[in-house]
Every structure is written in C-alpha cells, then in structure tokens.
Design a protein around this ligand. Structure first.
Ligand SMILES: [Ca+2]
Ligand SMILES: [Ca+2]
Ligand SMILES: [Ca+2]
Ligand SMILES: [Ca+2]
Length: 456
C-alpha cells in the first residue's frame, strides 16, 4: 500500500507579512463622536444656523450643517473637539436630541490583527461568505477531529482544544519513542536527508500541517491575536496519524472510528466524540474496503467526514479517501475563484472551497509587492522539533477541506440533529457558482457559509 502523505503544498514563503489595517473595535455609542460629526434633531421652527453659531461659539468650534437625514435630524460636522459641546447642544430648548454620529462596524468582523489577510473568509470574489454566517453561529461546542500530524501549543488554538489521541503505531515514524499513546503532540515530520522516507523523498523541514489545518477550522477569533477560524467556538480534537514518513491506512481507519466514538481495541473510548472529522490527507488508489468500512462506521455514529480532493491535478477517483463514498470531498480554488493549479477534480468532488495559491515573494515581510494569495493560519516556527507559535500561508486541498469542516461545525451548532448526509446535501445545495474557471469538475460550486447556515 502506498504511503499516505499530507496533502498540503507547503508555502516556501516565510511568516506572513504583518498587517497594517486591523479593523477597529466596535465603537462606544457614548462620548464624543470619533467621526467628528453629530446627529442633531431640532424642534420645529428652530433657527438652526443661529443655534449652531451660538453653541459652537461658546466652545470655539465651528459647527456646520451637512445634510438632513430621513429621520428629520441633521448631520452636523464639528470643526474641532471640545468636551461638553455635545451636551450643550442637547440641552438647548430648540434641540430635541443630539448624539454622536458614532462609527459602526459589522459585528461579525473579528478583531484578530491578521484577519484582513484572510481573504478566503470574506472576499467577494472567492471567499466563503463567513462573516454573515457568524452573525448566526460560531460553531459553539461542536467537536471537529483533525486527523493529521498532531498538535502544537498555540495561543490561537489551545483554548479550543480537547483531548485527542496519537494513533501512529510505529515508534520510528512517531518520533515519540513508542507506539499509540494518549498524547497527540506533533513531534515534527522533518526529513534530514533525501531518501529518508523511500526512493524520491526529499529532505524537508517540519510542516506542522495539523496546526495549520486546525487553525482554519477553529482558531480563536476576536481574541486580538493572530487569525480567525471558520468556526471559532468549535472544539478541535487532534488525532495524530501522520508522522515522519506519512501515515498508514490501518492507523487512519482506527483513528476514524475512535474519533467518532467507536471502540478501538486497547484504547480508552473518546470522551468527546467528534461530529465532524477532517482528513486533509490522501494517497493514490481508489477507496479501500478498510477506509470505506471505517468511514461508514463513523457516519453511522453521526460524524460528517470531510476530505481533501488531493493535489495532483488529476481525477479524484484515483485517490483515497477522496474517492470514498459517504464523505464530503473538497476541491480547491485560487483567490480568483478558478480551480487551483494543483487541485484534483472530477465527479468525486462534492464542493470547492478556497485553497489558495502561494507565490514566492522574496521581499522582506512588510514590503511585499505580490498579494498574499494563500490560506493564512496557525503555524509553528520550529524547523525540526516544535518551536514558538507562528502563522503562515499554505496552499492545497488540505486548506480547502478545513473550510468545509469548519462550516459543518457552524451548521451542526445551529442544527444539532443534522445527519452527515444532511450536512453534505445542505453544503452542496447552497453553494454559489464557481467564480472563475474549472475544467474537469469542481463539484456543485463554491461553498457559501451564509447561504448554507441560513437554509437550515
Ligand atoms: Ca507514540
Ligand atoms: Ca505521542
Ligand atoms: Ca485569533
Ligand atoms: Ca460525497
């Protein structure tokens, strides 16, 4: 059986560029207007010009009427700030009320400083329309299992993480000195030399792939740190299945069953079974009976299984678990909404989501000229063993699947009785058309979080 490898194409760019334009926090509706404007409702018959001249004159601030609102009140622009001015206006006998023209923001826009770079959530062209969905649901309490390389400590993930498991049965592949164990810590999947994982394998740094996938699903949002997740109040369950040289179908099959609450010989039951399982992984070959039985068992227990279509620019029918039945198979689009150059395609693809395309840009962070077109998420800075938490852009169907897994968590938080097939049919029915071009089949379209959640 061919080894299974993580389906991400790792970006070779360094840390994502820092963000300059973070959205401001929602404004207070009291106090001075930071817009420099007031909304004043005069009583009938008031001499507005005289009232503004008198009051402004007391404070040494020019007050100019700019237009009348449909409510009958007027917008007054102040030439400067003075404490007490608004109160003085409001206290006048010819003024019914005076208020700051307070700036307003969409409440669903997170304050995370790197959120503006996460085009894949909000951009009109090819984003998943997440902010509107967040007005209704944030995925509260839904457990999403991430069958991947495991966990690293991260301030944008730790608060959303529940206990997982390490299913890698081979000690040398796991790098933790033993077989299966209760600690899904990602020990690093670096390769020191070419050929370490078989003919043709290349030396590489650790990918921290599971950390990146987890962040797209459920990074903490509105915590003033880093990035946002698609389902920021969902719970991540790291189930480690990919090690130094990838993973085995046998370990992954057990992991699927355990994650969904089924029993696996010799291992304590999962105390918090997942309602969604994300598998951003794959290998060549059509779906094996081992995979299909594990998936069917998970689906029977009520877990929706979301998988990557694969990164081979080929028909997904030749890849696993992408070609399995009872899974939501996700292709990848670029920032313009075209099928990404690497994405698999074909009738096995159910829906598409942003996977991005990362362009090499050697400019130092902060001076980059090419737009950042990958999927920005949580990362670790260690080149071999874990280092400090960080952020980076990756591209791949490994990045598109967790958008859909996160959306499934949003759906299940709103409608906990949804079955896995109900999740799949609602996802497929509420897409928008592929914004760009797709040859070969990208499923029913680009997932639309707002439309999907609204339809429930
Ligand atoms: Ca172990
Ligand atoms: Ca371990
Ligand atoms: Ca955050
Ligand atoms: Ca399917």
């Amino acid at each position: 059986m061919a080894g299974t490898t993580a389906a991400a194409l790792a970006a070779t760019t360094a840390l994502a560029a820092p963000v300059s334009a973070a959205p401001a926090a929602p404004a207070s509706t009291t106090g001075d207007a930071s817009t420099g404007q007031y909304i004043v409702k005069f009583r009938d018959g008031a001499n507005r010009a005289a009232a503004l001249r008198q009051t402004g004159g007391r404070f040494g601030v020019s007050l100019t009427e700019t237009r009348q609102l449909a409510t009958g009140a007027h917008v007054i622009r102040a030439g400067g700030r003075a404490s007490g001015l608004l109160q003085a206006l409001a206290a006048r006998g010819d003024v019914e009320y005076a208020e700051p023209d307070a700036p307003m923001y969409a409440l669903s826009t997170p304050n995370d400083p790197s959120y503006p770079q996460q085009w894949h959530y909000y951009e009109a062209t090819a984003g998943i329309n997440a902010p509107t969905a967040w007005d209704t649901t944030t995925g509260t309490g839904v457990v999403v299992a991430v069958l991947d390389t495991g966990r690293t400590a991260h301030p944008d993930l730790d608060g959303n993480t529940v206990a997982g498991y390490d299913f890698i049965s081979t000690s040398s592949n796991a790098r933790d000195g033993n077989g299966r164990d209760a600690n899904p810590q990602d020990e690093g999947d670096w390769n020191a030399t070419d050929g370490e994982c078989g003919t043709g394998s290349k030396a590489k740094n650790s990918s921290w792939h599971g950390t990146h996938v987890a962040g797209t699903i459920a990074a903490s949002s509105n915590n003033g740190v880093g990035v946002a997740g698609v389902a920021p109040n969902a719970r991540i369950q790291h189930v480690r299945v990919l090690g130094k040289c990838g993973g085995s179908t046998s370990d992954i099959a057990d992991a699927i069953i355990w994650a969904s609450g089924g029993s696996v010989l010799g291992i304590a039951a999962n105390p918090t079974p997942a309602k969604v399982i994300n598998m951003s992984l794959g290998g060549s070959g059509s779906c094996s009976r081992t995979y299909q039985r594990a998936i069917d068992s998970a689906v029977k227990r009520g877990a929706a299984v979301v998988v990557s279509a694969g990164n081979s620019n080929a028909d997904a029918s030749g890849f696993s678990p992408a070609s399995c039945a009872n899974v939501v198979t996700v292709g990848a689009l670029d920032r313009e909404g075209n099928r990404a150059f690497y994405s698999n395609y074909g009738t096995r693809v159910d829906v598409s989501a942003p996977g991005g395309e990362v362009r090499r840009d050697t400019d130092p962070p902060g001076t980059r000229t090419t737009p950042e077109n990958g999927v920005l998420s949580t990362m670790n800075a260690g080149t071999t063993t874990p280092g400090s938490p960080s952020y980076t852009e990756y591209m791949g169907t490994s990045m598109s699947a967790p958008h859909v897994a996160g959306l499934a968590a949003l759906m299940l938080a709103k409608r906990p009785t949804l079955t896995p097939s109900g999740v799949e049919s609602a996802l497929k029915a509420n897409v928008r058309p592929i914004p760009g071009s797709c040859s070969g089949g990208c499923g029913t379209g680009l997932v639309d979080a707002a439309a999907t959640v609204a339809a429930l």
